[in-house]
Design a protein around this ligand. Structure first.
Ligand SMILES: C[S@@+](CC[C@H](N)C(=O)[O-])C[C@H]1O[C@@H](n2cnc3c(N)ncnc32)[C@H](O)[C@@H]1O
Length: 231
């Protein structure tokens, strides 16, 4: 595997220091990778909705190869509306980010179907009842997350496991603090409990599943909890 290309402040650089996977500058979600390692299965079929440069994908894709599996990825490669930092929305970066994703996943592209476009349209390309796992991490605004989940439910096999990122309600007590004006925002300060949170994610997950989910911390990764729903 070549050194990972890394998008920082609009510049593409080939990072120099490689980690133990021979990759560089990864911002993996270790909670996801570890969960997949615990639950791996022959022929595992997975979808990741929102991949950006493939930081997270790179970390688990070997597992898909090892199990003769398949991966669908969905992204418009433009970043997140309302986000700052590396994921800031910028339509001019679409080609560049897609190329970085492909470069980072070089050697694995035979396993991956890339659907480039708005998630609500692209998810339709994934066959129904086909997925053992999916991970939702695209737009964080309520209406978008709610719809991503809704569209992904029929894609899951019986016994499949749906997961998602940025679940800032690990203690499952925030719903009563969330006001309507916090929902269509990427990330917002909630004065009622003095926390920064992805309220759209929390409420969309709650409106689909209540608190009938598991969640895991990600202290070794991006440090944002993940939510997990078994079907
Ligand atoms: C926060 S990044 C997550 C990337 C990856 N899961 C990770 O942890 O490194 C969210 C990604 O979702 C994509 N995205 C945001 N809104 C989208 C939409 N409406 N349709 C498709 N992709 C979207 C962005 O382009 C970005 O690459």
């Amino acid at each position: 595997m070549v050194g990972q290309l890394y998008l920082l402040s609009g510049e593409i650089t080939i990072a120099k220091n490689k980690n133990k996977n021979n990759m560089t500058n990864l911002r993996p979600i270790k909670a996801l990778t570890n969960f997949l390692i615990e639950n791996e299965k022959e022929g595992m079929t997975m979808a990741e909705i929102g991949v950006f440069d493939g930081s997270t994908t790179c970390d688990y894709v070997d597992l898909i190869r090892k199990n003769n599996g398949k991966l669908y990825v969905v992204d418009w490669f433009k970043g997140n509306v309302g986000a700052g930092g590396v994921h800031e929305y910028n339509p001019d970066k679409e080609k560049e980010v897609l190329e970085i994703f492909k470069e980072n996943l070089k050697g694995y592209l035979d396993l991956i179907e890339i659907y480039n476009g708005p998630s609500h349209e692209m998810i339709q390309n994934i066959p129904n009842n086909s997925l053992d796992f999916c991970f939702i991490d695209a737009d964080h605004r309520y209406s978008f997350v709610f719809k991503d989940i809704e569209l992904m439910i029929p894609k899951m096999k019986k016994g499949g496991i749906m997961m998602g990122h940025d679940y800032d309600d690990f203690d499952k007590n925030m719903i009563s603090f969330i006001k309507d004006e916090y929902l269509e925002v990427d990330w917002v300060h909630v004065p009622e409990c003095n926390k920064w949170a992805h309220c759209g994610v929390i409420k969309a997950v709650y409106d689909h599943f209540g608190y009938d989910i598991e969640c895991r911390q990600d202290f070794d990764g991006q440090n944002q909890p993940i939510w997990i729903k078994r079907f």
